[in-house]
Design a protein around this ligand. Structure first.
Ligand SMILES: NC(=O)c1ccc[n+]([C@@H]2O[C@H](COP(=O)([O-])OP(=O)(O)OC[C@H]3O[C@@H](n4cnc5c(N)ncnc54)[C@H](O)[C@@H]3O)[C@@H](O)[C@H]2O)c1
Length: 460
């Protein structure tokens, strides 16, 4: 099938690359010409600069020019196209609602091309962006009003987790397709032919509105589960002595009805989707006079969690951050990605700077160049206090506090490295419970404060 993928960010480039593996003829389109040039270069570093996902650069290199093509202009490729995937940004507005201006701007341009095409075979616009419930219907009217004929609309939400995007695109848990006609379901079945009737993959056909809702319910449910552990589990562990979080997890999740995924305590969940989607759903419900109390609490708990360890450092460990040097280990919102959207580290940096730290010595195996963009010294001169380092050991030099913010495997069990490079009496803030042998550090004279446990003073 001849397919266009509009928007080549995390979702679009992964989908385009994997679709090209199925043997479709895929045209990946973006208005960002530098991004398109990076993909076309086939150079891993340049591709990773935009989307750093294992296996992605290899698929692009393998299929480019055969089944995968990059374009800055859709006019030459529109004829004969059967499916157009919309993988466009839908960022939050300040009031939490979804900003659909990028989305409809792209569709304005597309509608002109579609209205004027010579080949009048049916074309299906398949939405992968996360959009408010009812957007597919709105899109249908939008295209009709612009004279586009013989088209269909489908909602096909994307569930890929960053860090495992290629793997999960190749072997998704489910494919959800919301459409109105058998003909449009048929086009999607041809796109995803290897997943239809698959024994392990749920291939679900439903209405566009149900498909749009499934995405919001899924993401807000995942965040609710994470926030339950943070808002309840962590609070219990921090309040009562001798509560072991790792044992609590085992004890609770041995009940088959309770998920092991998400049953951990942490300094909050970041990423481009959870916070944005829950705020959008809150807005969608409240603007229709519905209650969103549960969702509002979940959002608040997650945001609070991101930097509360810094406050606990002051209130529980009696540590003053003023003029101190802090090593910040981890900047991306989770391991295996360079994505810093809504990352807890953003809140940690904001909080540390507000408390007057002298220097933040940051290290992350993937996200340093992203961090330089986020902490642009032209936007805030306080960001000059951040220095970037090539290794954990470099970041630890001269620090009086260590904050572990991301769950990178290389941060697991850092006690020996800390003991070698950080002077005793320093404060270790463990936002991911990455240091299981913390007792060793405490014995060696360090303060240890982890999410889900009370402060442990040296020698305790
Ligand atoms: N990132 C994720 O993990 C994830 C997962 C599931 C769903 N989603 C949803 O998918 C959508 C896309 O997310 P993303 O993370 O890929 O976003 P992104 O910002 O990484 O990528 C969007 C791309 O669209 C391009 N673009 C903007 N306007 C355009 C236009 N007029 N024409 C063509 N291209 C245009 C941008 O240049 C960018 O490359 C969002 O709605 C998001 O909520 C994201």
């Amino acid at each position: 099938m001849k397919i266009i993928v509009a928007g080549t960010g995390f979702v679009g480039i992964t989908h385009a690359a994997v679709c090209s593996e199925y043997g479709h003829e895929v045209y990946a389109y973006d208005i960002d010409s530098e991004k398109i040039a990076a993909y076309e270069s086939k150079q891993r570093d340049r591709i990773n600069h935009y989307v750093n996902e294992a296996g992605l650069a290899e698929i692009i290199a393998e299929n480019m020019g055969r089944s995968l093509f990059f374009v800055n202009n859709l006019a030459p490729v529109i004829e004969g196209t059967e499916a157009i995937f919309l993988c466009l940004p839908t960022p939050p507005k300040p009031n939490g609602s979804s900003d659909l201006s990028f989305y409809f701007k792209a569709l304005e341009d597309l509608s002109t091309l579609l209205a004027n095409r010579k080949d009048q075979r049916r074309v299906l616009l398949i939405n992968k962006s996360t959009v408010p419930v009812g957007t597919a219907r709105q899109l249908e009217r939008f295209l009709q009003d612009r004279g586009v004929t013989n088209f269909g609309i489908a909602s096909n939400p994307e569930f890929l987790p960053e860090g495992d995007a290629v793997e999960k695109s190749r072997r998704p848990d489910r494919i959800v397709v919301g459409a109105d006609t058998e003909e449009d379901f048929g086009i999607c079945r041809r796109v995803y032919s290897q997943f239809v009737n698959h024994v392990r993959i749920q291939y679900l056909e439903t209405t566009p509105e149900t498909a749009e809702s499934i995405k919001y319910v899924s993401n807000t449910l995942l965040l609710t589960y994470i926030s339950f552990w943070n808002g309840v589990g962590a609070r219990i562990g921090e309040t009562f002595p001798n509560v072991r979080m790792e044992d609590m997890k085992r004890g609770v999740t041995s009940d088959g009805r309770i998920s092991t995924w998400g049953s951990y305590v942490s300094n909050g969940a970041g990423g481009s989707c959870f916070g944005k989607d829950i705020r959008s759903l809150i807005y969608q419900l409240k603007s229709r006079s519905q209650s969103a109390d549960l969702l509002e609490s979940v959002y608040r708990i997650n945001e609070y969690q991101k930097s509360y360890l810094v406050d606990r450092g002051e209130s529980e460990a009696g540590f003053s951050f003023n003029q101190k040097t802090v090593a910040l280990l981890g900047l991306s919102f989770k391991k295996k990605t360079n994505d810093m959207r809504d990352s807890s580290s953003l809140k940690v940096v904001e909080s540390l700077l507000a408390k007057g730290v002298r220097e933040i010595r940051a290290y992350d195996p993937m996200a340093i160049s992203e961090a330089r963009r986020y902490f642009d010294t032209n936007l805030n001169h306080l960001f000059e206090r951040i220095s970037y380092h090539d290794s954990v050991v470099e970041a630890l030099k001269g620090c009086e506090c260590v904050f572990v913010s991301t769950d990178w495997e290389e941060f697991r069990g850092l006690s020996h490295t800390i003991e070698t490079h950080v002077r005793p009496g320093s404060l270790i803030l463990d936002g991911r419970r990455m240091i299981p042998d913390f007792q060793h550090l405490v014995k060696a004279g360090y303060h240890y404060l982890a999410v889900g446990s009370p402060h442990i003073a040296p020698g305790e």
